[in-house]
Write a protein that binds this ligand. Structure first.
Ligand code: SF4
Ligand SMILES: [Zn+2]
Length: 121
């Protein structure tokens, strides 16, 4: 459950504003647009990915205390990709065989040809 950055009380993730202190928790009154806020009064930009890579062109940069686009620079933008369990074990081996079936067929043809050539000489 998220915490209200103003009063530090737990609030429902869908709340538009804090039921305790009326602090807005979503931008433009829309439940799908999160509003990131600094809880200690410092600028969010100092720890934002888009400030550090210099791609932000918001006018409130570099002193934004609240922002809809903030992304914590300590959290990767794209999460580590997990290998699906379908790619592990026997099923993964079958997928690998299917993916490289053309190369495997050519390798088998070469192996059979070499075997026949060696056995006939
Ligand atoms: S996206 Fe927001 S928090 Fe990030 S640098 Fe721009 S204004 Fe600052
Ligand atoms: Zn609050």
């Amino acid at each position: 459950m998220p915490i209200c950055p103003q009063c530090q009380k737990p609030v429902d993730a869908q709340e538009l504003s804090c039921p305790y202190c009326d602090n807005p928790l979503k931008a433009f009154g829309h439940p799908g647009i999160p509003l990131y806020q600094s809880s200690d009064g410092t600028s969010l930009c100092d720890r934002c990915t888009y400030h550090l890579d210099d791609t932000c062109n918001f006018p409130q940069r570099p002193d934004a205390k609240s922002c809809t686009l903030f992304h914590d620079a300590s959290v990767p933008l794209v999460g580590a990709k997990e290998i699906p369990t379908s790619q592990l074990g026997w099923r993964g081996f079958k997928n690998w065989l299917y993916r490289y079936r053309g190369l495997i067929a050519i390798a088998l043809l070469i192996l059979i040809s070499v075997t026949i050539a060696l056995s006939s000489s």
